[in-house]
Design a protein around this ligand. Sequence first.
Ligand SMILES: [Zn+2]
Length: 170
Amino acid sequence: MMAEDEMIHYGYRIRSSYNSVNYIQCIAKNREQCPAHGEIRNERIIWRKNHNHNPNVMDDIIRQMKKELHEATELSLQDLRSIYNQIALSHPDAAAFVTFRSIERSMMRWRQAVRPPIPISLENYAEILNDPKWNHLTQYPTGRLNVSTVIGRDSSVATVIGDPHSSYKL
Ligand SMILES: [Zn+2]
């Protein structure tokens, strides 16, 4: 019999429910061939068969999923929910622990950290967008935006944003 605080570290998946009892299976069933299964009665988890692994067996895959979420949040402009859904597909076990709700704030923080600086002038705006570091912001599936600054004779400044290739199609 395991101590109760030890049991809560084991992840489970609900296999079926009957008369308000949820029948559960260890989340490491496939990964560790763990035979543990049990039930949840009155919000208490009761394992009917012991685990064949350490409760921390999921730590590595949780860490890996978080790492991929972090990278994708920095590189992709997709909304956080879509990024999460894609990565969760390839980490079904870890996703039971790393839910969107639990990781959303971290993802917002990671994304905030890679925002380009706020431009101080129009010239500076073009400089920032042309910086290779922010290339992904001007890229879209069929091309790339060209950003340039034009200074008029009256020293007015205009920033021209467009895809140079699309004009030839007209
Ligand atoms: Zn197990």
